[in-house]
Design a protein around this ligand. Structure first.
Ligand code: C2E
Ligand code: MG
Ligand code: MG
Ligand code: MG
Length: 299
């Protein structure tokens, strides 16, 4: 039946301005197939989280994790968000899935904290469409209160695209979140439409330097300048700064020299399953027993 729809549309447009090529037709069919599978995956709760450590650049200690969505399509088939995130946003499934993510991330934070013996940070990505739901704040609050960890262990990552049509609703939700005590991070900082006005008017407490600046930070003077400027900006505004996508010791050393607070990247660890994250924390606990009670709060 779906194939018929596609062919009908194709024939119609062929007789007109021929914009519906065979390639587009097959893309359309692929999209329909993906959407159908995503509906099913949502109903069957196939979305899980992987966790990527965020380390203190100075001490290399694990301070927290970023929760990253994965689609566990088959027991041994994991699909990455670049394949499906925009589709689930377009389909309006991001709210349902987003709430499941928040719940899973809160539970993981409690488990991690228990294993490590000190509070572990948890960063959760929010997409702009999730802000359309007036219940977003209430659900987040409820989840955090029910696990009993301090709200300041949690960071919600937003992107500059959230401010493209700056609604009062977004501002209100962010203020409530910050008022509750969670942190707000500006993800992929410097790649979007951000203006200094956003930093001035919204309760942002953390900047994440995008991987694209980190990649050549020690090779390209422009990227170096942008990176050191973002670090300085964060310090001046009393915000924490996290470097994304650190893959080499040279990049790590650069961030250390320039007093970047946290690092995240393959150098330390790729995003890993809950079980593997627990292993990392057991290792951390064994190798650094003297640190166990030194640092009660991650942020
Ligand atoms: P992001 O929030 O900027 O997440 C960082 C991405 O960089 C992750 O990709 C991570 O695996 C990758 N990364 C981290 N370190 C390195 C590194 O050293 N080298 C390289 N090559 N990559 C690194 P991932 O997990 O594929 O996520 C991609 C994007 O999908 C995320 O970018 C975020 O925008 C979105 N996303 C992921 N999970 C969620 C979620 O739960 N909700 C929403 N709304 N968006 C999510
Ligand atoms: Mg992120
Ligand atoms: Mg990011
Ligand atoms: Mg990024």
């Amino acid at each position: 039946k779906r194939a018929n729809i596609a062919i009908d549309v194709g024939v119609q447009s062929n007789s007109n301005i021929n914009f519906f090529s065979h390639e587009m037709e097959s893309q359309f069919l692929q999209m329909m197939e993906l959407e159908m599978q995503l509906e099913k995956a949502t109903a069957e709760e196939e979305f899980i989280l992987h966790y990527q450590p965020q380390v203190d650049i100075e001490t290399m200690q694990i301070k927290g994790f970023e929760a990253l969505i994965r689609w566990q399509k088959q027991p041994n088939e994991v699909i990455y968000p670049n394949v499906f995130i925009s589709a689930i946003e377009r389909m309006g499934l991001i709210n349902t899935i987003g709430y499941s993510i928040i719940k899973q991330a809160c539970q993981a934070q409690a488990i991690f904290t228990n294993v490590l013996g000190r509070n572990v940070g948890m960063s959760i990505n929010l997409s702009p469409s999730q802000f359309v739901d007036p219940n977003l704040f209430a659900v987040i609050k409820e989840n955090i209160l029910s696990i009993g960890s301090p709200p300041n262990c949690f960071t919600f990552e937003i992107t500059e695209s959230l401010f493209v049509d700056n609604s009062a609703n977004v501002m209100d939700t962010l203020n409530k979140l910050r008022g509750f005590g969670v942190h707000i991070a500006l993800d992929d900082f410097g790649t979007g439409y951000s203006s200094f006005n956003v930093l001035r008017t919204l309760p942002i407490t953390e900047l994440k330097i995008d991987k694209s600046f980190v990649d050549n930070v020690t090779l390209n003077p422009v990227d170096e300048g942008i990176t050191t400027t973002i670090i300085k900006l964060a310090k001046d505004l009393n915000m924490k700064v996290v470097a994304e996508g650190i893959e080499t010791t040279t990049q790590h050393e650069f961030m250390k020299t320039h007093n970047c607070n946290l690092g995240q990247g393959y150098l330390y660890s790729k995003p890993v399953s809950l079980d593997k994250a627990l292993e990392l924390l057991y290792q951390e606990r064994e190798h650094r027993p003297h640190r166990l009670s030194v640092d009660p709060m991650p942020q």
